[in-house]
Design a protein around this ligand. Structure first.
Ligand SMILES: [Zn+2]
Length: 401
């Protein structure tokens, strides 16, 4: 549980400092537009601490979301003893006072991940019914996103039925991030429409046709991926948790960078470890980011077309050589850019196609069982936000708090 692990991390220090300072745990909100560097300054912490992070990690500090909730441990004299600041869904920055300064580490966020299912009859609209019954807005959104390609939602009638099997990460008793739908089905006018997630992470209908349309183009004319997107992985040599919120493309200095889709330039300038950066706002709350540029061409406020040259490949910021770091964000959350970028090779072939149909058979069986038996949906609870468990109370007591 994140609750206990956050407290455990803080408590280790709390017990160390509490006698001397009478420290307090504060649940804070990350202000809009606040840079991590400014946050360090506010607490009289040297920016040199960023140099202890490596190239990939230093990029994470630019990815703290506005309004992000985070924990601080503050001594009674106002000195920051610790902070735990989430970056994305998987990792958090752990800033810690030491004897002679501070140290900064990237550590994983603990969460639980389980499989759940939903089955209901439509009373108003699928979106509202999922929201009110299951109490998971992200699930309702994701269901509509996936089914809208094969079903006309205007034609849906009362008593049409739907079923979903999905995995969900949860923290503090609440669902976090976007649920991972494995299979979903909507029965409308006596016809069952399915979507299946394949092992390649893409969604297909029952005939193996890819469903979710990709509308972004390649950010470089010739693509060579040198490093893919990861939410969190354990680096076996460095023995540290890491994430890479984007895709790196190897290219020569000066190679033109292309806008992945139509949109408006919302940032053009320097940004910490990203160096020279352009950010473009697209439809549906997507933002693309193009980092380490040698020269920026597009200016803030420009409207750009897909394929238009916006700048040139370089190695500015924290970078070991010329490359393009290409990031994609949805509602400020980093997601894998490859999910939306269209490449020429598409469609299931050969063994992959065979594997898809095997998977499809398995999931059809599962979802039909849920559907035929009218099994009740899992409902996300909305209480128990920050309750201290009896076990935690004991822990506190033993330490005389
Ligand atoms: Zn990168």
């Amino acid at each position: 549980m994140i609750k206990s692990s956050i407290l455990r991390i803080l408590i280790i220090f709390f017990s160390f400092y509490s006698f001397a300072f009478g420290a307090k745990v504060k649940y804070s909100t990350w202000k809009k537009g606040l840079h991590f560097e400014t946050y360090l300054e506010e607490h009289n912490i040297s920016k040199k601490i960023l140099e202890t992070l490596d190239e990939e990690d230093v990029l994470l500090v630019s990815d703290i979301e506005k309004n992000q909730k985070f924990y601080e441990l503050i001594a009674s004299n106002g000195v920051l003893l610790q902070a735990l600041i989430p970056v994305g869904e998987e990792l958090q920055l752990h800033l810690r006072k030491t004897y002679d300064g501070y140290d900064l580490k990237v550590i994983p966020i603990a969460y639980q991940k389980n499989t759940y299912f939903t089955m209901l009859s439509v009373k108003t609209t699928p979106y509202k019914d999922i929201l009110y019954t299951v109490k998971n807005r992200a699930l309702a959104k994701e269901f509509i996103r996936l089914l809208k390609h094969s079903v006309n939602f205007r034609g849906i009638q009362k008593k049409d039925k739907l079923a979903i099997v999905y995995t969900q990460k949860m923290r503090l008793g609440q669902p976090i991030g976007v649920p991972d739908i494995k299979v979903a089905m909507l029965e409308s006018h006596k016809k069952k429409h399915y979507v299946f997630k394949h092992s390649d992470g893409k969604y297909y209908d029952e005939n193996g046709e890819e469903l979710v349309k990709k509308y972004m183009g390649k950010p470089l004319k010739h693509i060579r991926i040198t490093s893919g997107f990861t939410e969190r992985r354990f680096h076996p040599i460095l023995k540290r948790w890491k994430a890479h919120h984007g895709t790196d493309f190897g290219a020569k200095r000066g190679t033109p960078i292309l806008a992945a889709a139509d949109g408006k330039v919302i940032f053009s300038g320097r940004m910490g470890g990203y160096g020279n950066v352009i950010k473009i706002q697209h439809k549906d709350d997507y933002v693309t980011l193009y980092a380490h540029q040698s020269r920026l061409k597009a200016k803030k406020g420009d409207f750009v077309k897909q394929g238009q040259v916006i700048g040139y490949v370089g190695s500015t910021g924290r970078s070991t050589g010329p490359h393009l770091h290409f990031g994609l964000y949805k509602n400020n959350r980093p997601i894998d850019p490859m999910r939306l970028v269209k490449f020429s090779t598409n469609g299931l072939k050969g063994k992959d196609r065979e594997a898809f149909f095997n998977r499809k058979r398995k999931y059809t069986k599962i979802i039909n069982t849920i559907f035929d038996k009218n099994m009740p949906s899992y409902v996300w609870n909305t209480v128990d936000k920050l309750a201290v468990t009896p076990k935690m109370k004991d822990y506190y007591k033993k330490r005389g708090w």
